[in-house]
Design a protein around this ligand. Sequence first.
Ligand SMILES: NC(=O)c1ccc[n+]([C@@H]2O[C@H](COP(=O)([O-])OP(=O)(O)OC[C@H]3O[C@@H](n4cnc5c(N)ncnc54)[C@H](O)[C@@H]3O)[C@@H](O)[C@H]2O)c1
Length: 251
Amino acid sequence: MKDKIAIITGAASEIGIGFATARRLGQAGARIAITDIDEARLQDRVSDLKGLDIEAIGFSHDVTSEENWDMVVAGTLSQFGRVDALVNNAGAVHLSPTLEYSVDQWHEQIDTNLSSAFLGCRRVIAEFVRQKSAGSIVNLSSIAGSVGIMHGAAYSASKGGVRLLTKSLALEFARANIRINSVHPGAITTEISQRAKTLAPEQMEAFADAIPMGREGEPEDVAALIAFLVSDDAKYITGAEFCVDGGLTAQ
Ligand SMILES: NC(=O)c1ccc[n+]([C@@H]2O[C@H](COP(=O)([O-])OP(=O)(O)OC[C@H]3O[C@@H](n4cnc5c(N)ncnc54)[C@H](O)[C@@H]3O)[C@@H](O)[C@H]2O)c1
């Protein structure tokens, strides 16, 4: 990763997958642009990265806004001169029975989790093409993007969309040496999983009981996989999906 430039979205939480990924890539020598809609906490994470001697900048960024994506890419180019990798990590989860789910909530899930990945991929791939360079993108899907989850119709649909968006773009840009893969976490201990436990406690408890390894994963478990996929060690891997779920979907 030495001297590579990576953009990572949704990295404001100290215990989130995005920040764990930023730390991991930064410690491997990459220069990092982190983004989040939660600007105050994002600036704390930029300071944390700098405290680890990682070159980092932060952008206040709504991933559902095309204009915001232009601003993030322009800002990254102006600071670092190029971009080599994108991790589309920002996301949100709303679980509730479908008959109680509003149409607005549906659109919010699809926009935040799926349309955001489309916008990010399109903007950054355009930059890879302009640079005439290889590039790597990792999209955060979920095991809920491969199997359905109770009361998660919109979340599952959004993450299933990310899975196939990834594969279609991978085919389209394979000859340009632009690699795009999806990562599918199971139950990872972060704020999102804590929120899911509040919204659907019984379901999440049953979920946890079903994990063959008998425990939730850590954000670093996901970050390690993302770091591999972004790196040149994964130079022949594209359009692929990878679970990090303690064996949950092997059953
Ligand atoms: N934790 C898990 O168990 C789990 C499981 C499967 C998939 N995932 C996926 O992993 C990714 C990271 O989740 P996490 O668990 O680290 O949760 P998290 O809540 O710590 O991280 C998500 C981040 O996205 C940001 N965000 C939300 N909406 C945004 C927007 N419109 N624009 C910009 N930023 C926005 C939030 O502010 C937050 O910082 C998500 O895409 C999530 O769906 C997580």
